[in-house]
Design a protein around this ligand. Structure first.
Ligand code: FE2
Length: 321
């Protein structure tokens, strides 16, 4: 089914380019993104490699700032503007949980409005601040959430298979990969052993050394790592939760990583008794660039505007000579 879609998209793109040129293609991309159908690999098929943008831990809320400090909705709107300005555009955006602060319907309504300007399909997954059923209902028209049970799903892209795993335990800060979720993952990975695969989920399957975050870590991480060892097509595990850019090995060639939040960051404090605090370090996003061989290079970018860019030579001095 996915392959048919891709072939159809390529044919449509080629026809549009021949008949109308590149500007019409951009209009098609925009129309597609605003529809609830999630996957449109048009830009990818033209460029030859794939850019997966990761944004995470928005904590969108209505009626006041998070913790009395952070206007998380404004922060996410800035992230959407930053992603929209990227050239080249990402082929898809994955959001690795804590989409809202309290999991309330009005927060998901606001989330949908803030994400609407993105001209790239967005794939959501829940974090411990989300409510699974409210999220499912709010985005049921997007087509990738199952009708019941955990919010696990697979995205089939030409050079990458993205497997989204729901790690949430209702009412808990920590996450879990229970037997049912691991069985589902095993079945999905067995189904496509030749396809380069990334897994995305909220709770990272490793200890960070930040004590208060490790206290709400992932139950089942060892079983998860043992499972992945049987499936070498898995190259990367993309997570949220830690509100910082952190990477580690997970056995074999697998790299597991977390991305900065679009809002507030967890304070970098490696003391065993470090308190649970956050800090307004620069909000960020990541771009994971995949080539056709399944190799991935990851970049961390920042959302705020900074001075520059400048060329690596002094133009004023050169003009004065
Ligand atoms: Fe979070």
């Amino acid at each position: 089914m996915g392959l048919v879609r891709i072939v159809c998209n390529v044919a449509i793109v080629t026809l549009l380019q021949v008949v109308f040129g590149q500007s019409s293609l951009k209009e098609v991309l925009r129309e597609n993104a605003l529809s609830p159908t999630p996957w449109r690999p048009l830009a990818l098929t033209l460029r030859g490699h794939m850019i997966l943008a990761q944004i995470t831990d928005f904590h969108v809320r209505t009626g006041g700032r998070a913790y009395g400090v952070v206007n998380t909705a404004t922060c996410l709107a800035a992230a959407v503007a930053r992603l929209s300005a990227l050239d080249p555009q990402p082929d898809l955006v994955v959001a690795t949980g804590d989409l809202t602060d309290s999991g309330r319907p009005e927060e998901y309504e606001l989330l949908r409005e803030i994400l609407r300007p993105l001209a790239t399909p967005v794939y959501l997954m829940p974090g411990n601040h989300d409510d699974r059923e409210t999220l499912r209902q709010a985005f049921r028209g997007y087509g990738y959430f199952p009708a019941a049970g955990f919010l696990n799903y697979v995205v089939e892209a030409p050079d990458l298979r993205l497997v989204a795993l729901d790690t949430v335990v209702t009412g808990e800060g920590g996450g879990m990969l229970c037997a049912a979720r691991l069985d589902w993952l095993e079945r999905e990975l067995r189904a496509a052993p030749e396809r380069a695969t990334a897994i995305s989920m909220h709770h990272p399957p490793f200890r960070s050394g930040i004590a208060h975050m490790d206290a709400i870590g992932l139950d089942g991480a060892d079983a998860f790592a043992a499972l992945l060892a049987r499936h070498p097509q898995v190259k990367r595990v993309f997570c949220g939760h830690l509100h910082r850019a952190i990477q580690t090995g997970l056995g074999g060639d697998i790299v597991a990583s977390t991305a900065p939040s679009t809002a507030h960051q967890v304070n970098l404090d490696l003391r065993a008794d470090g308190p649970a605090t956050f800090i307004m370090e620069p909000p960020g996003y990541q771009l994971h660039v995949w080539d056709a061989r399944g190799a991935c290079v990851s970049h961390t970018g920042f959302i705020d505007a900074y001075d520059g860019p400048y060329p690596f030579h002094d133009i004023a001095a050169a003009n004065a000579r």
